[in-house]
Write a protein that binds this ligand. Structure first.
Ligand code: 2RA
Length: 348
């Protein structure tokens, strides 16, 4: 019988995707225990085709657990991940509570799988979905060309803001459907009324603000892209600039990337690397209309890359367009992959 896996936050948006991913992947687990807030305890959820009753978060819930996946808010992880670790579990945490802790590795299995083993707190962190949506492709290019700088703009889906984000977009679209609004300043803002979690209308609009405001005008999302990319790639001095934008897409984050390397690059070389990279799909034939878009890649696992060009004024730089499902590779899938790496250690 395989190791025992706990899913903490099993009833949430990422937890739900995780249960379907666990049902699709090679079944290496013995018991899969579902844990959530006491409010959700007793509910029955399906995983691997079987109904499993949700148990309430508490110390005893971690008894006998080998690996615990946490998909809960930062403060819940901060409190309970150390409890699970103290009871013998290896925690894979998808919150922001531990990502920059020097004693907690930040892992993307295609890029830095070796980092999993260096976990003095028995906690492994999963990156933010914005970083995850591009880092597999960037890691592959870095391994070959040596990365010197990243300048990225994100186009982030509303499911990154949870159910409230998705509900807000759908409600606003409902109010605008069939109207001819969008031609006068403020007409959309007046029609949609409630802005939900966003500082401006999200339907028929783009909002140049994601996360919370930090020092010097940067947002939390923009700082995460910088800090996490540096840590995952093992490049503490990497120059990274991000502008994070929310767009009216339900699920799948997109990013434009200007990546500058130590050496000259060609599109042909980049194509070859991206074609061979595990977890990446190259979709780059613009003459045939082939490039990734969120509407086409949502629900899939890979990082999709298209529109690869060499910068016209810099032979060491590439421009790319990248899409990744923010709930799958951006969250649930990456945690499942990390858990599988940990399980493989004890099987070895
Ligand atoms: C967002 N990256 O898209 C966040 C979610 N973790 O808002």
């Amino acid at each position: 019988r395989g190791p025992t896996l706990a899913v903490v936050g099993a009833t949430g948006a990422v937890g739900t995707v995780l249960l379907s991913i666990l049902s699709e992947r090679k079944d290496i687990w013995g018991e899969i225990r579902l844990i959530a807030s006491p409010r959700s305890a007793g509910r029955k959820l399906t995983v691997r085709g079987e109904e499993v009753e949700v148990v309430a978060l508490g110390e005893a819930a971690f008894d006998g657990v080998d690996v615990a996946l946490f998909d809960v808010p930062d403060e819940v992880s901060a409190q309970w991940a150390p409890v699970a670790a103290a009871r013998g579990a290896v925690v894979v945490d998808n919150s922001g509570a531990f990502r920059m802790d020097p004693d907690v590795p930040l892992v993307v299995p295609e890029v830095n799988p070796h980092a999993v083993r260096n976990r003095p707190r028995s906690i492994i962190a999963n990156p933010n979905c914005t970083t995850l949506s591009m880092i597999v492709a960037m890691g592959a290019l870095h391994a070959e060309f040596g990365l010197g700088e990243l300048i990225v703009s994100s186009y982030q889906a509303v499911s990154g803001s949870g159910k409230e984000g998705v509900d807000t977009l759908r409600e606003q679209l409902g109010k605008l459907a069939g109207t001819e609004l969008g031609t006068q300043p403020g007409d959309i803002r007046r029609a949609v009324g409630d802005l939900g979690p966003y500082p401006a209308p999200i339907a028929l609009n783009v909002v140049p603000f994601a996360g919370s405001l930090k020092e010097d005008g940067w947002t939390s999302e923009e700082l995460k892209v910088r800090d996490e990319s540096r840590k995952i790639l093992g490049l503490p001095e990497l120059r990274v600039t991000a502008t994070c934008v929310r767009v009216p897409v339900v699920t799948t984050h997109s990013l434009t990337v200007h990546a500058r390397f130590e050496n000259e690059v060609t599109v042909a070389q980049a194509h070859e690397i991206l074609r061979a990279a595990p977890g990446v799909v190259l979709c780059d034939d613009p003459a045939a209309g082939d490039f990734p878009t969120p509407a086409d890649v949502v629900g899939t696992d890979p990082t999709w890359v298209g529109r690869v060009r060499r910068s016209m004024d810099d032979p060491c730089a590439l421009e790319l367009f990248v899409c990744g499902d923010n709930l799958r590779k951006g969250a649930a899938l990456n945690t499942a992959q990390i858990a599988e790496l940990v399980a493989a250690e004890s099987a070895a």
